[in-house]
Design a protein around this ligand. Structure first.
Ligand code: IMP
Length: 422
């Protein structure tokens, strides 16, 4: 059984927790898009770990971890994360990374900075060079991880590329980058990674054909997808289900189930429209109850109520089979909980169509249904029968709207705080 776990909102839905919980039943966990802009938080032996590049299965003994060609790699960040895990008693073994994964260079990071500074409306990128690295893939000039294993080949590719980057940087008023400032470090990183580097396309087909179960770990979320997200306030990869096939070389025939992860409310980091966003003391209350600060950048997350129009769109685009609903415990103190069910457009018309165009989405007004709160703590509950009727009503309302069942409910950050729903 091969299962994909994907974010249905603007990232930070709790995919790390969901994957860590589900990984026990899988032989292989695969990251296939995004880069170290992701921040997947998991609790391991009482400690909070934030993974950015390594698949969340690394903490599950006996599970193999694969990073495919769809992921952009900063080799120094990857090695730092591997060292950090080893120092915490989590050795990185049974790990494979694609020779064809595009490399994030120091120039990409600097370009991310200057592009962002020059924008009229800031995207609020993580400034890790993700966008410029994916631009190089589309521009057919990318450096791949395998290039780091051959100094002559790397230098031959880097010299013209660096000239191009430095011209771009000068247009945007950025400092030039010298290849000498990082070449040796990148070559050494290549050597350290050599034993993990391979062609992950045949590897995954081999696993699949020998009946091993694969869990695909999506990063970011549908609403940050390059084309289906709230463009231009999006990331540069494809976090929707198509990105899985493009990023692994497996086909739709090799995917049995899509689990969509959504919070019981909504958060967003960075700029862009957010129809259910809260402001003032209520937003501060929800942010503090949910501890909504970015795992990668530490930025306070914008917070708001659940947007069912957006969730239905995300479910439909990804072909979601089952929901993993997270952080429902955070809503324990509210008398009533508003849920957005419709958009009112500037011309007064009401509909249930999500519009990915940022400008149009910023003009919609939310129409809400107030659902009763449950006024109690859910953190210690472990079975569906223990849940208050209002929680079941909240879940039922979501299921009826998006036409997909909630399979798992998360009532806290640890693996144990997960309820399998009947
Ligand atoms: P980039 O991916 O660094 O280019 O950032 C583009 C947008 O995606 C920004 O709004 C980021 O805050 C957002 N973003 C990227 N990765 C994540 C993530 O893992 N969680 C939440 N937001 C993210």
């Amino acid at each position: 059984m091969n299962v994909a776990v994907m974010g249905l909102q603007w990232g930070d839905e709790g995919k790390g927790k969901a994957i860590d919980y589900l990984a026990r039943d899988f032989d292989v966990v695969v990251r296939y898009q995004g880069g170290h802009n992701a921040g997947h938080t998991i609790y391991h032996k009482g400690k909070m770990l934030a993974l950015h590049l390594l698949p969340s299965g690394v903490c599950t003994p006996g599970t193999r971890s694969v990073i495919t060609h769809g992921v952009v790699i900063n080799p120094l960040a990857l090695l730092a994360e591997m060292d950090d895990m080893s120092a915490q008693g989590i050795p990185i073994e049974d790990f494979f990374i694609s020779a064809d994964a595009p490399v994030i260079l120091p120039e990409h990071q600097r370009l991310d900075d200057v592009f962002e500074e020059a924008r009229y409306e800031k995207i609020g990128t993580t400034r890790r060079g993700i966008g410029p690295a994916y631009e190089d893939v589309a521009g057919r000039r990318a450096i791949f991880l395998g290039d780091l294993l051959d100094k002559d080949q790397l230098t031959a590719k880097l010299v013209p590329l660096n000239r191009f980057f430095n011209q771009l940087l000068s247009i945007y008023g950025g400092e030039p980058v010298s290849i000498d400032s990082y070449l040796d470090e990148y070559l050494q990183a290549g050597e350290r990674l050599r034993s993990f580097i391979c062609d992950t396309v045949p590897l995954l087909h081999q696993y699949n054909e020998s009946g091993e179960s694969i869990l695909f770990e999506g990063a970011q979320g549908v609403l940050l997808d390059l084309r289906f997200g709230t463009y231009p306030f999006v990331t540069s990869s494809v976090p929707t289900v198509g990105g899985l096939f493009a990023g692994t070389g497996l086909s739709h025939k090799n995917l049995d189930k899509v689990v969509g992860v959504t919070k019981a409310y909504t958060t967003r980091v960075g700029g862009g429209p957010f129809p259910t966003e809260l402001s003032g003391p209520l937003s501060e209350e929800l942010r503090s109850l949910g501890n909504e600060y970015g795992a990668t950048t530490g930025r306070p997350r914008r917070v708001g109520w659940l947007d069912l129009v957006a969730l239905k769109y995300a479910v439909d685009i990804n072909g979601v089979d089952e929901l993993f609903l997270t952080k429902i415990d955070v809503l324990g103190q509210f008398e009533t909980i508003p849920v957005l069910t419709d958009y009112r457009l500037p011309d007064g018309k009401v509909n249930r169509h999500f519009c990915a165009d940022a400008r149009r989405l910023s003009r919609v007004e939310g129409i809400y249904q107030e659902l009763p709160g449950w006024n109690c703590q859910l953190e210690k509950m472990r079975k569906a029968e223990e849940l208050p009727a209002q929680v079941l009503e909240y879940i039922r309302f979501i299921e009826d709207y998006v036409k997909v069942k909630v399979g798992c409910l998360s009532v806290g950050p640890t693996r144990e705080q997960t309820i399998i729903m009947p």
